[in-house]
Design a protein around this ligand. Structure first.
Ligand SMILES: [Zn+2]
Length: 192
């Protein structure tokens, strides 16, 4: 298993730039910028409810999740930390203070560019599938890809499926833009 040298991760410039992610897609995004900085990269991520790490971590790590305190999702692309706890600075050695990418069930959209990384966690749209469609047609209909696996009327459940604990729309928009595609900022990509 790959081990990360947490101390060696330098803060990235882009991670602390506020994005319009907080505006959300209209489906009830509640992302809150954390007052606590990530111990590995120094950036302030967004807080998540305990239900998010409790659902997105691999089963063997779930018992380490603390009920008290607050977890923050680190969204820095180059940082291996996914969740850090509000007491991390005071008790860095305690269990449940930090969770890193290899402890999660799924790869994290903003941290992993492999083909198997999900763009949408609820309805399992992978980067590889989207890239295939882009290669074939020059564009991609993310909602159509979601709908292949979505039962009629099925709601999304981002809080327990997406490591971010929130809607995937903003991450998908940023990813599409990074692929060189024109993105309508007003279009609701998650369909929720
Ligand atoms: Zn970080």
């Amino acid at each position: 298993m790959r081990r990360f040298e947490i101390a060696s991760i330098a803060p990235t410039e882009s991670c602390c730039t506020p994005t319009d992610a907080e505006e959300g897609c209209g489906c009830g995004s509640t992302a809150q910028r954390s007052v606590v900085a990530c111990p590995a990269c120094g950036c302030h991520g967004t807080t998540v409810n305990t239900t998010t790490p409790s659902s997105t971590l691999r089963a063997i790590h779930r018992s380490s999740v603390r009920e008290e305190g607050v977890y923050t999702f680190c969204e820095s692309p180059n940082c291996p930390v996914v969740y850090y706890h509000s007491d991390q600075q005071q008790n860095p050695g305690n269990t449940g203070m930090l969770f890193t990418v290899e402890q999660l069930i799924n790869r994290v959209t903003v941290k992993d560019d492999s083909q198997k990384t999900p763009l949408c966690y609820c309805f399992k749209v992978l980067k590889g599938e989207a890239l295939d469609e882009i290669a074939r047609t020059g564009s991609v209909d993310i909602i159509a890809l979601m709908n292949r696996r979505r039962r009629p009327g099925q709601e999304c459940f981002c809080e327990i499926s997406n490591p971010r604990g929130d809607c995937c729309t903003e991450d998908i928009r940023n990813w599409l833009t990074a692929q060189g595609l024109d993105v309508d900022r007003n279009e609701d990509l998650c369909g929720c």
